[in-house]
Design a protein around this ligand. Structure first.
Ligand code: CO
Length: 434
């Protein structure tokens, strides 16, 4: 696959994945096209060596794997991990507010979102809706309004003269989306709007009552290449859909030998990973325990033998140096866009990388001719984290934390280099094939 096709598909993937649920659905569709068979976690599995499978949990997490040929005494794992969620605004369960002649939706802030960029954007709504059918059962569907249905206007500078030096954003008061004008006689019901949207997307399905929803605001402005020579890729949710997509393309095109290849993309990383499907859940280990046919249920000793000869690459975007704020980086650790994937180091183990796992990743970069960079925070600044240390602590597997460099992490419009995702793809492909 050329970089051009890879990037073209990346843009489609970003655009069609406004929520983790849509991300997982798109991954299932793409993996199915590459002969991965969807397994349900609540059913028995029968796996064949060389077989390609996937399973999802909670609609927002997914694991795909190719079973290796090796027996238990020689089995190894090549795992790539990423996360499907991004900071955003989540609509509250009873969100309607009517103020100043406007219908509004109140939201909660999901994850560590930069709030400023959410103002003056043409926002849409997407997510999952659960309903009661006419037989009394409960089902869910994904919806995506796709068009701009909400906006959060800025306050005019004339009404806040200090805005450029002292702006403070109170999410409860200021980040309330406006969806329309209040009608004369009809009361604003968000649930009625959802029902109309379901009908538009699915026709007349059997709904007795709308029960609950996980719905999120997102920016309708699609991804774009930016720069006089298209050096940049600008989009929402690059952190971390870019890694999900890149790892997915890598396992799809993998031709592994003896090793078992796994891709795991977790939901809820941006809120701490504690959930039934997040990186702190047993999702990955539950998959590992079912992986080796013939061995039946792996006992803990066998699993330890396997994990201790294996490697996990945790892929999550890194902070590129921002030319207007260059002093926010240590002078010798300033990853640049289009400079290749970044190995993330942190002495306090906020990243799971150590010299041995970093060396293995560096070696893959040498073998594939891909440039590689290193990142450590300034010693006087706190460090972020990701799923790497969590998975490493849960399973005891050696992990290297890497990611492609980007600007404006956790903005609703982030910027990456247009060459880096493909660089990472080449390395992950080599990893799966090694
Ligand atoms: Co991230």
């Amino acid at each position: 696959m050329t970089q051009e096709i890879f990037n073209h598909d990346l843009i489609q993937f970003l655009h069609r994945s406004p929520t983790p649920f849509h991300c997982v659905q798109n991954m299932v569709n793409s993996l199915e096209e590459h002969n991965f068979v969807l397994l349900e976690e609540n059913e028995p599995w029968s796996l064949e060596p060389g077989g390609r499978y996937m399973t999802s949990r909670g609609d927002g997490s997914i694991a795909a794997f190719i079973c290796g040929d090796a027996d238990i005494d020689n089995a190894t794992l090549r795992i790539v991990g990423a996360h499907t969620d991004s900071p955003c605004l989540k609509i509250k369960p009873e969100p309607e507010r009517v103020r100043g002649g406007c219908n509004q939706l109140s939201v909660e802030v999901y994850g560590g979102a930069l709030l400023n960029p959410w103002f003056d954007r043409d926002l849409s709504i997407a997510g999952r809706v659960s309903y009661r059918d006419n037989q009394g059962g409960v089902s869910s569907v994904l919806i995506d309004f796709q068009r701009a249905v909400a906006i959060i206007p800025s306050l005019a500078i004339h009404l806040d003269r200090d805005v450029n030096s002292k702006r403070e954003i109170n999410p409860e008061k200021h980040v309330v989306a406006i969806t329309g004008m209040t009608g004369e006689d009809d009361e604003f019901s968000f649930r009625d709007c959802i029902l109309e949207q379901i009908e538009e997307e699915y026709g007349n399905i059997d709904i007795d009552l709308l029960l609950d929803f996980d719905l999120y605001l997102y920016d309708t402005n699609g991804p774009a290449f930016v720069g006089l020579a298209d050096e940049f890729l600008s989009a929402a949710r690059l952190d971390n859909l870019l890694s999900c997509y890149t790892a997915m393309r890598s396992i799809e095109s993998a031709r592994p030998g003896d090793a078992t290849c796994i891709l795991v993309c977790h939901d809820h990383e941006e809120v701490g990973s504690v959930s039934s499907s997040g990186a702190q859940s047993p999702f990955l280990i539950d998959v590992l325990r079912r992986l080796f046919p013939g061995a039946g249920q792996l006992d803990p000793g066998e699993l330890t033998r396997i994990t201790q000869r294996s490697l996990m690459i945790s892929a999550d975007n890194a902070h590129a140096v921002h030319p207007n704020y260059a002093d926010k980086h240590d002078h010798n650790h300033r990853p640049v866009l289009n400079g290749g994937p970044v190995i993330k180091f942190n002495a306090s183990q906020r990243y799971a990388t150590n010299s041995e796992t970093a060396a293995l990743f560096r070696n893959l970069c040498i073998e594939t001719g891909v440039p590689v960079q290193a990142m450590a925070m300034r010693a006087d600044m706190a460090c972020g984290s990701t799923i790497g240390p969590i998975s490493s602590a849960a399973i005891g597997i050696p992990v290297v934390d890497v990611g492609i460099p980007q600007w404006a992490m956790h903005s609703l419009r982030e910027t990456a280099g247009s060459r880096d995702a493909y660089y990472l793809h080449r390395v992950l492909q080599a990893f799966y094939n090694s």
